[in-house]
Design a protein around this ligand. Structure first.
Ligand SMILES: NC(=O)c1ccc[n+]([C@@H]2O[C@H](COP(=O)([O-])OP(=O)(O)OC[C@H]3O[C@@H](n4cnc5c(N)ncnc54)[C@H](OP(=O)(O)O)[C@@H]3O)[C@@H](O)[C@H]2O)c1
Length: 313
């Protein structure tokens, strides 16, 4: 008898929040709002029930439009979709957090947000400018606020029932530990770059021990060189299991216990990225043992400047 593979439907219950995060997530870092709305529609139709947004992407309204259409038509229920959005660096001052959150929630046209993340641990000059620069073109940071102070402001959003969980993004293991130890409401989710070239096993082990969901972005290597999807270990496994290289990389991520984000504007690829199924254990081990190359594609973790968003946008 054939048993149906359910990997694509895996949901990870939140220990430090309510609800569960579908392991397969769709990222909305798409520059054009029309393309964002269309990709969100396609992703919903393909089966994605987890969407990753951010005020910094400047397109929350487009994601919101597409979700609203699906909810209003009765095709999908709001409670079956997990929506994350993120506080940007210019809003780290505690007195700015609630209004930044509310603005995101309204653009998304949602009554509540499932998860609210601090996008990076770097505070920029408070104000409306997302990319404040000095006369020399250098980022203007804000030395007047700590990450713990911003975290406390997020805890209040949970207290008020505005979001169901909170978390961090673009952080090192040390920063996660620091916030985890000090927090009244623990981080439910930590979003970082992760793929076979950057597995972050130490961070994943910490997250597993403490009931935190590690959410991997750039799960396909962001299409950058060296191309993960052309790595011979990945392509050989793909041939062997009759899946595409993307499906191998995504299954690996889910099976090792992370949630993940991929992005595409191409319907065929969006569908492909949802149709993952379980890899045999020897393939999991091969990816772990045979891919020794280490590559970080996004330098946001070093500076708070978003590596995948062109400057000035
Ligand atoms: N926290 C942070 O600072 C941070 C930073 C970066 C990203 N993120 C989040 O993570 C999400 C995903 O990141 P990402 O864009 O780097 O993800 P990714 O899926 O690793 O990379 C996207 C690239 O892969 C290509 N692609 C997608 N599916 C494919 C497939 N099946 N076969 C071949 N190529 C494929 C896309 O091409 P096409 O466009 O041509 O389809 C695109 O060039 C973002 O949207 C955002 O939500 C967060």
């Amino acid at each position: 008898m054939l048993t149906r593979d359910t990997l694509r439907y895996r949901r990870i219950p939140l220990t430090h929040g309510s609800g569960a995060m579908p392991a397969l997530g769709f990222g909305t870092l798409i520059p054009d709002p029309l393309a964002t709305a269309q990709a969100t529609r396609t992703a919903l139709e393909a089966g994605f029930r987890h969407f990753d947004c951010a005020e910094r992407y400047r397109n929350e309204h487009a994601v919101g439009d597409a979700m609203k259409e699906a909810f209003s038509a009765g095709r999908i229920k709001r409670e079956h979709v997990f929506v994350t959005t993120k506080l940007w660096n210019n809003n780290h001052r505690p007195e700015r957090v609630r209004s930044a959150f509310e603005a995101s929630r309204q653009r998304l046209q949602l009554d509540y947000v499932d998860c609210y993340l601090i996008h990076t641990p770097f505070a920029f000059r408070p104000g409306d400018e997302q990319d404040p620069r000095d006369g020399q073109g250098q980022v203007v940071y804000d030395p007047g606020v700590t990450l713990s102070e911003t975290w406390s402001a997020l805890e209040h959003l949970v207290d008020e029932g505005r979001c169901k969980s909170i978390g961090l993004s673009d952080v090192s293991l040390e920063k996660v530990q620091e916030i985890f130890e000090a927090a009244r409401i623990k981080p439910a989710v930590v979003q970082v770059e992760s793929h076979p070239y950057l597995p972050q096993w130490d961070l994943l082990n910490f997250c597993r021990r403490h009931g935190i969901v590690m959410l991997a972005f750039a799960a396909l290597g962001h299409g950058m060189e060296p191309k993960l999807l052309e790595n011979p270990v990945i392509t050989t496994i793909a041939q062997r299991v009759h899946k595409t290289p993307a499906q191998v990389a995504l299954a690996w991520a889910v099976q090792r216990g992370t949630a993940l984000l991929t992005t595409s504007t191409k319907p065929r690829q969006i569908q492909e990225n949802f149709e993952v199924s379980t890899l045999p254990e020897d393939a999991m081990q091969e990816i772990r043992d045979k891919i020794a190359e280490r590559v970080r594609f996004n330098t946001v973790v070093e500076t708070g400047v978003p590596g995948f968003i062109p400057q000035g946008r």
